[in-house]
Structures are given as structure tokens and as C-alpha cells.
Design a binder for this molecule. Structure first.
Ligand code: GAL
Length: 956
């Protein structure tokens, strides 16, 4: 048995080679004719959790005698380029590791009881590493790495060089890495993310939860966020003013010209111009302003969000050295203190919602296509605006708002006038100021320490003036719960009212006749989707409080609609979000303020708003009609509709005809008996539409539908699948709670599941579990030859051996000596499905490796970087296993030479459990993402006792 060579698979080599050649090919083909490249840097990262309290569990970062703060390029531990990351998990971005963590009743309320933060140091540090090749001919270009957002407190190294720390979890930031790169070689980026502290009082995720980009330019180039386009429009003509900042990072003064071309939505050039004979000195930058007329442009509007492109070309010595594209929209905005908001001179009431960056299944790592999905859901309700409460959003949300026609109140995180806060505000405004969707900047929200006093007024004025200098085209607000008349609210361009109940809006308007006003927050009345009777034990809240002053969605809308001077309002919130699980707390883990749940399934308040926010005829009855335990008891029924009158029927017997008040809804108390509850809507005396809810039978089948049946095969695009449970007649069973199991075939995967249950502690993700086990207690024994060494077997008595590397002797009188080194691998439980990989490093010359006496590999070269072996289970056991190597002691080349003494480690990969989720009140959601291969992605769903379902999404 002893000499048998077991099945050992060399892992990684082939894959790594393929990846590297692909990266090279890709970089080459991208580069062809490219003056500027912005390369998506989201794929092929490696990820592992570190530790916020224990440096040895945090991959020994920052523990070296000379750390990265002592010597340039001394990034240590997991920041070192040569760090052994072979056992880390593959991870594409965007990524939120918090959503993968379990719930814990002792964890933070604000972030929804996820096991993250001070009490969970083992879950609160995330490490990311990525290897990338920079071609030789990139030498001479300017290269930077750009993060759209990392939550939070990130430290970045490239090739061991410390680049900086960014504490903010919602700002975008970049590092110039030109000087630190190996041109024509492999480079390593390492990012340590510390999510121990919270910035908000709501779920914020953890990790590199937005995109990363690698940008390559010529030394003379348009600056990051280097264009600012202002548009005006009158008498069929647009005036487009462009401010461009150019940077010269070369070592000489450069002469150049700028050529500009404005392209319309059809790709046609509509205005061009140039500036010639410009000069910028070495290391300096210059700002240049031009202005163009565009005849009869299509304007950016909510109905037709037309976008234009500006192409900026920089030419120097007859050669194009930069090409930069800016997307913008031609539109005008205006706020009037008496008549509200005007878009292109048309009065538009702002029908908005507040939203955090969080969705079922994926947490804060929202794929771009899911941003679109969320905006489409809001538009379906008739909403036309979003407030990015309470932080700068990911840029792709703003792109989606530009494309889909959604107004944005874009909010800064924290108020302050010191260097850090103003610099964050500057980044934010410069990054976002070309988005036509943005109509207001908000400097902050409910800053209770300063809302009410002079100090707050000073801070606000300084920030507002600063913001005006960066963008004079949009007004400034702050979301205020107090200080409307005598604090911050007395100086902002626009007063931002957080909740009617916090003051006297009419009075404020009278006293501040110059100041436009908007409802930055207004309450929706909390409620649980599909719930009509409160169950506090489960933290389920009845829906139905529409009219109270302290929470009614209807109260809020009537108030704002009745006042022309109010530009509009933003409800708290469009979607439920993790965290702020009020009013109950545990077991509740998400908020319930949303007009929709975390998946985007509508609640009753959504139906109410839709009835007054859309133009097409609309009629909706709630609740559902499955109340078997309520036979002959009174059920409160609501009807929403933009009609004059409604007649309600139960099983064809009339329950009366009522007149619908404008901006109201109708109520009946109906004595329950099963059947059909139907409503007929009348306008001008005629029936115009009808709707009904029916008592359903028992769950009989699963049904699935997709928001899009065809997606891009780019490894990023997603389809959102609605899963429902139906009775035998195809009616959704509104009380069903069946647990559904999911499986995917074809070129795609599931990235998250959800169901909108505010108290669900089910997993949103089902991932492989990776555990690493160190090789410990290394001891050594000198021996006289290599062959048939009993010392490598698992039961050999090594109790008399000395600790390894203690007898290295003086480096000057080195003699070739053969040794055996033995260590322990303490294996946890594993089963047939567990994959076990051994990742070794040479600790002797010509190393031969044994596990429990079984030879794994022989005669390995000292510098072989690829010592990776898949182990079969028959040579392993739970508990103590023996790792042994034979070989020659390393020769030291000089006194301070420290040959490697780290033997490597073992990795155990336990397969993921099958994806599953219960439907909550009949519904659940699955998000599937494409691979890079085209084909049909088949999602199948099964559950005990009911009919299975399959749905196909084409990935093209
Ligand atoms: C507001 C606050 C929001 C959210 C809300 C919950 O005062 O601005 O962020 O916390 O309360 O009711």
C-alpha cells in the first residue's frame, strides 16, 4: 500500500495559463486603435474573510518589522504580491459579503441583524486580490485604477505598494498606478475592506459592491470627470456650454488642440468645433470652455429621455492622443417658489420615492440590469423621481435614470466643511454633474446636531457655496426634520421637508416666499405585503392605514397635490430594505416602509399611488379573498382607482355603489364568504373597467415568469424571475408558503433569492463553503538518503524530533544535508462531496511530498509556484493527518537570507446546498445571471406535493 501513487490531479496550471493568455489577447485586441481604454475590472478576483481583531487571522497584514508604512513596496501578509492566495474563493464583482452572512439576534438592529460589526470581527474584514497582466507596450501610458464604491474603509496595494485608504463606503475613488506596474509582466492588486463600522443607520452591505475599472490614457489626457456640460434651450435652439479640464502628466510642455463633436440620439453629428494652439506645462492642467448651438434638438424628458454624446478629441503634433466621450441630455430645469418644478418649461409634479441600495438576494451588490428593473418597477407605479437616500449612488443607477427617464435628487452622505468632507462633496458633484436626470443636490439628511442652530447655518452656507461653484445649474437642498424656519432650512436654495408632521409647511412658505419647497421624505405607513391583520410575534404589520396624519400615504399625497407651491415629494420608501426593522426588531430583519417589498412586489400603498399617478384607467381591490378562518366575519376591503364611482359585488350581489373622492380610495367592511369579490369602475356614468379577487383552492403548481426572456451573454446581465404558487385553476394562492427548490441548467447561474418576508431568516445565497487547514507542528530529522523513508508514514514516532528549521547551522559552512520534515494537518469532518486540495510551497530543495505516507509528488523544483494537488479521500481521515517532505536543507546565500518556511495549506470545499426559498404570501423571486456563453438558461423549480415548473431565458 505504502508505495502506491494515488490519484493526484494538478489543478490550476491549465486554467491559469488559459486565463493569462485570454487576458493578453483581450488587452491586445482592446488596445487596437484605442487611445484611451476603460477596462472593466470586475472578474477573476479572489476573496477571503480576514479578521478585525486578530492579525494572524487577518493574513498577518501589517505585522512585519518593516511594514508598508515603513518602506515603499513593503505591503505584507495578504498585501504582498507573493502572498499565497490559492485557497481563496473566486469572486466576480460587484460583491456584497454581508448578504452571505447568517442572521444573529445579537447583531446590529440598523443593519438588519447580519452577523457583521464589532462583535463579529471574523466576519467584518474582507480581502480581495487579483492578478493582471500589463502589456509591455503600455509603458509610457498613464494607468489608474478606479473604484465606483467599496463598503468601507478600504486599503489598496498594487505590487505591495500602498496606494491609500478610503474610509467612505459610498464615494468613488481612483489611484494612479503608472509607476508601480510591471510592464510586460504580472501585477497584483490587493484590497482590504473593513466593514466593522457603520456609516448609515440602514443596511449598507460589505465589500467591493460596485464596479472597478482600469483606465489607460496618454500622458496628455482629459482629466477624470474632466468635462462639464451645461445646456440651455430657447426658441428651438439649444446652447451647449462645455468646460473641459486637460491634464499634462508628461515631463514636457505640450502643444495641442481640442476637437469637439456633438452627436444626437441617431448617431448624427449636430455641432462641431475646435480650439487650436493650446499649451499646458509639464504636471499642470488647463480648463477650456467652448459653446455650441444645436438646432431643434430632441430634449431629454420623462416621456422621451433622449441622450446626446459629446466626443472630445485631443490632438498633439498631428496625432490623436485622447478620445473622451460624455453622455448628456439637453433639457432645462427650473424651480419656482409658487408653482413648483419645471422640466423644459413644463410644470411637472415630482412623484418620488427614497431608496437605499439594497435588493433581495444580492444586497448592496446590485447588477446594472437590476437597477433598470427597480426603476421600471417604480415607473409602473407612476413615479418619476428617486432620492438617493442617504449617499452618493453607484454611477450605473444614474445612467439608468438618464436612459429610462427618472428624475434624481442626488444626496451627499455627511455634512461638514473640513477638507475630507468638501473633497467627498467635490468628487460627488464632479462625477455626477453631466447626468440630465439629476435636478437637485442634497447636502445631507436630518443632521440633528446642526439642523436647528447657527453653526448648522454656517456649515450649510459654506457647503452650498462650494457646491454652487462646482455646479451652478442645480439648486441645493438638505432633508430636514427640523430647523425649517430658523435653522438650516432658512438658507438652502430649496427647503427639504422631511415629514409634514415635523412643522408648519404653509407657514414656512409664507415666511420664506423666495424659497421653493419639496418633500424630501413623506411616510407611506408601514405594512407587510399580503398581510391585513397584524401579528406582532411574527412582526407582520397589517396594511391599510392610508389616511392618518402620522403615516398615511393618502394623507401625504392629498397634502402635496393640493399645494401648487410644493414641487412634489419623495415617499419613504419605494422598496423595503434590509435593516431599520422597525417597529418590532428581531425577528424582523428588513424595514417595512416600502411601497414594494425588497423584491419589488407591490403593497397596497403602491396600488393607491398608482391609481392617482398614472393616466390610464386603473382599478384594484385588496385584500385577497382567502379567509376561510374568517367565515362571516368582517373583512376590511379597499378599492383603488382613478374612476368617479365604484360598485362592489360579492358573488354577484351588490354591496353598494360609492363615489370616489379625488386622491382618495374606497372602503367596505364585507362579511366574508368564499367566492368572487368584484368591482366595477364608472367614469361619467359609464362602466369603464372591472376587476376582481377570487377565493382560490389549495396550492397545486408552481408558476414562473421572467421580467426579460432574453438577456446578454456577458456574464453580467440578469433576469428577474417571479415564482408563484397557484391552485388547480391557475390562480395565485395568496397565503401559500411552500418551500421551492431551484436548479439551473445552461449558461447561467442563480445569484440570489428572496420573498419579501420581513422576518425571513432563510439564506439569500447558497454558496460553496471553503475551509483552509494549516500544516502545523513541523519537526525535522536528518536522514541518510531519499528512498523508502518510514519517517514519512502517519504512525512513525517523531516525539524525539526537534522543531523544524532550528538546526540550520551557520550559513557559511553549509553542507548538503538530507532531512525529513513532518507536520500535522488536523482535518475537520468531510464527506464524499468535499473537494480537498493541497497547496504546498517548498521548504526543502527537491521536495518530495507525502500525506500519511502516500507519495503526492516528487522532486519538485524549489521555485515551482504551482504545487497544487487535488487529493482523493482514501488517503485522508478526519482528525490528525501527517504531512511529510523529504529533500535537502535550503542553502542560505547570505547571513540575512530567510528561505521559505511556510509549508502551505489544505483547502476543503464543501458543495453548496441546493438553492431554495419559501414563497411568502404566494410569491418569491429568483435572480439569474448569464455566463459569457450564449444559450438557453433553464431554471426549474420544484416543491413537495405540487407541480414543478421550468422557465427558459435566452442568453445571446
Ligand atoms: C427618517 C430618516 C430615514 C429613516 C426614516 C425611518 O427620519 O431620514 O433615513 O430612518 O426616518 O422612519
Amino acid at each position: 500500500m505504502k508505495n502506491r501513487l494515488y490519484l493526484i490531479i494538478k489543478v490550476n496550471t491549465v486554467l491559469v495559463l488559459i486565463l493569462f493568455s485570454a487576458a493578453l489577447v483581450c488587452a491586445k485586441s482592446d488596445k487596437k486603435n484605442a487611445i484611451r481604454q476603460r477596462i472593466a475590472f470586475d472578474s477573476d478576483w479572489l476573496f477571503a474573510l480576514g479578521n478585525a481583531c486578530d492579525a494572524s487571522e487577518d493574513f498577518n497584514n501589517g505585522t512585519s518589522y518593516f511594514s508598508y508604512l515603513a518602506k515603499a513596496g513593503f505591503g505584507d501578509g495578504a498585501a504582498a504580491p507573493g502572498f499565497d492566495d490559492r485557497a481563496w474563493r473566486n469572486q466576480n464583482l460587484p460583491h456584497d459579503w454581508c448578504v452571505e452572512l447568517p442572521f444573529d439576534s445579537t447583531a446590529g438592529h440598523s443593519h438588519g441583524y447580519k452577523a457583521l460589526g464589532r462583535d463579529f470581527p471574523e466576519n467584518s474584514i474582507g480581502w480581495y486580490r487579483k492578478k493582471f497582466i500589463i502589456p509591455k507596450d503600455d509603458f509610457g501610458r498613464n494607468i489608474s485604477i478606479e473604484f465606483d464604491g467599496v463598503y468601507r474603509n478600504s486599503v489598496v496595494w498594487v505590487n505591495g505598494f500602498y496606494l491609500g485608504t478610503e474610509e467612505s463606503g459610498c464615494t468613488s475613488f481612483a489611484y494612479d498606478i503608472t509607476d508601480y506596474l510591471h510592464y510586460g509582466g504580472t501585477n497584483v492588486i490587493a484590497v482590504r475592506v473593513d466593514a466593522t463600522m457603520e456609516e448609515g443607520w440602514f443596511y449598507e452591505g460589505a465589500g467591493i459592491y460596485r464596479h472597478v475599472w482600469l483606465t489607460k490614457t496618454s500622458p496628455l489626457h482629459v482629466d477624470r470627470y474632466g468635462t462639464f456640460i451645461k445646456t440651455g434651450f430657447a426658441n428651438g435652439k439649444a446652447e451647449v456650454t462645455i468646460q473641459t479640464t486637460i491634464v499634462n502628466e508628461s515631463d514636457k510642455t505640450v502643444s495641442f488642440g481640442i476637437e469637439e463633436n456633438i452627436i444626437d440620439e441617431k448617431g448624427k453629428s449636430v455641432s462641431t468645433g475646435s480650439l487650436k494652439n493650446l499649451q499646458i506645462g509639464s504636471g499642470a492642467s488647463g480648463e477650456f470652455t467652448t459653446s455650441y448651438k444645436v438646432d431643434n434638438p430632441k430634449l431629454w424628458s420623462l416621456e422621451s429621455p433622449t441622450l446626446h454624446q459629446l466626443q472630445t478629441v485631443i490632438r498633439s503634433n498631428g496625432k490623436v492622443v485622447d478620445k473622451y466621450e460624455t453622455t448628456f441630455g439637453i433639457r432645462t430645469i427650473r424651480f419656482d417658489p409658487d408653482s413648483g418644478f419645471f422640466l423644459n418649461d413644463k410644470n411637472v409634479k415630482i412623484l418620488g420615492t427614497n431608496n437605499h441600495q439594497d435588493h433581495a438576494g444580492v444586497g448592496a451588490a446590485i447588477p446594472d440590469a437590476l437597477q433598470d428593473f427597480r426603476i421600471r418597477r417604480l415607473k409602473k407605479m407612476g413615479s418619476n423621481a428617486i432620492r438617493t437616500s442617504h449617499n452618493p449612488p453607484t454611477p450605473e443607477l444614474l445612467d439608468a435614470c438618464d436612459r429610462l427617464g427618472m428624475l434624481v435628487l442626488n444626496e451627499n452622505r455627511l455634512m461638514g466643511t473640513n477638507k475630507e468632507h468638501l473633497s467627498l462633496l467635490e468628487q460627488f458633484i464632479k462625477r455626477d454633474r453631466n447626468h440630465p436626470s439629476i435636478i437637485i443636490w442634497s447636502l445631507g439628511n436630518e443632521e440633528w446636531a446642526i439642523e436647528l442652530d447657527d453653526l448648522g447655518i454656517r456649515i450649510t452656507k459654506t457647503m452650498q457655496d462650494f457646491a454652487h461653484r462646482l455646479d451652478s445649474t442645480r439648486p441645493i437642498t438638505v432633508g430636514l426634520s427640523g430647523g425649517w424656519d430658523n435653522g438650516i432650512g432658512s438658507v438652502t436654495d430649496i427647503i427639504g421637508y422631511n415629514y409634514i408632521r415635523h412643522g408648519d409647511i404653509d407657514g414656512h412658505h409664507k415666511n420664506f416666499p423666495w424659497q421653493p419647497g419639496v418633500g424630501t421624505e413623506e411616510t407611506t405607513a408601514s405594512g407587510t405585503r399580503g398581510i391585513y391583520f397584524t401579528n406582532a410575534d411574527k412582526a407582520y404589520m397589517a396594511q391599510g392605514d392610508f389616511t392618518s396624519q402620522y403615516g398615511g400615504v393618502e394623507f401625504g399625497w392629498k397634502y402635496y397635490d393640493a399645494r401648487q407651491f410644493l414641487a412634489g415629494l419623495f415617499y419613504w420608501t419605494g422598496f423595503d430594505y434590509r435593516g431599520e426593522p422597525n417597529p418590532y426588531g428581531w425577528p424582523q430583519v428588513t424595514s417595512q416602509f416600502g411601497l414594494m417589498d425588497v423584491c419589488g412586489f407591490p403593497k397596497d400603498a403602491f396600488f393607491y399611488l398608482k391609481s392617482w399617478w398614472v393616466d390610464e384607467p386603473y382599478l384594484q381591490i385588496t385584500p385577497h379573498w382567502n379567509w376561510s378562518e374568517f367565515e362571516l366575519k368582517q373583512i376590511p376591503v379597499s378599492v383603488f382607482g382613478n374612476v368617479d364611482e365604484v360598485e362592489l359585488f360579492l358573488n354577484d350581489e351588490t354591496l353598494g355603489r360609492k363615489t370616489m373622492e379625488r386622491n382618495g380610495h374606497l372602503s367596505w367592511d364585507v362579511s366574508y364568504s368564499p367566492g368572487i369579490l368584484s368591482a366595477v369602475g364608472y367614469k361619467d356614468g359609464s362602466k369603464i373597467l372591472a376587476n376582481k379577487v377570487s377565493t382560490t383552492g389549495q396550492p397545486a403548481a408552481i408558476k414562473m415568469s421572467a421580467d426579460r426572456n432574453s438577456i446578454e451573454a456577458d456574464g453580467k446581465d440578469i433576469a428577474v424571475i417571479t415564482v408563484s404558487v397557484e391552485d388547480a385553476d391557475g390562480l395565485t394562492v395568496p397565503t401559500a408558503s411552500n418551500e421551492i427548490y431551484f436548479e439551473v441548467e445552461g449558461p447561467g447561474k442563480i445569484i440570489g433569492v428572496g420573498n419579501g418576508d420581513p422576518s425571513s431568516h432563510e439564506a439569500d445565497k447558497f454558496l460553496k463553503t471553503i475551509i483552509t487547514v494549516d500544516i502545523t507542528e513541523l519537526r525535522e530529522l536528518p536522514v541518510d538518503g531519499f528512498n523508502n523513508r518510514d519517517e514519512t508514514s502517519d504512525n512513525f514516532d517523531d516525539s524525539q524530533w526537534i522543531p523544524a528549521f532550528t538546526n540550520e547551522g551557520d550559513w557559511r559552512d553549509y553542507k548538503d544535508s538530507i532531512i525529513v520534515l513532518r507536520g500535522t494537518i488536523d482535518l475537520p469532518e468531510f464527506n464524499d462531496e468535499t473537494e480537498v486540495n493541497l497547496f504546498t510551497k517548498s521548504i526543502v530543495e527537491n521536495q518530495t511530498i507525502y500525506i500519511n505516507g502516500h507519495k503526492i509528488a516528487s522532486d519538485i523544483e524549489r521555485d515551482d509556484p504551482d504545487q497544487s494537488y487535488r487529493l482523493t479521500h482514501d488517503i485522508l481521515k478526519q482528525g490528525r493527518n501527517v504531512y511529510a517532505v523529504t529533500g535537502k536543507r535550503f542553502r542560505k546565500t547570505h547571513q540575512y537570507d530567510e528561505p521559505n518556511r511556510d509549508p502551505g495549506l489544505l483547502q476543503l470545499i464543501y458543495p453548496a446546498e441546493q438553492w431554495r426559498r419559501k414563497v411568502f404570501n404566494g410569491l418569491a423571486q429568483v435572480i439569474i445571471q448569464s455566463d459569457k456563453d450564449a444559450g438557453s438558461i433553464q431554471l426549474s423549480a420544484s416543491s413537495k406535493g405540487i407541480k414543478k415548473a421550468t422557465i427558459g431565458v435566452e442568453s445571446r
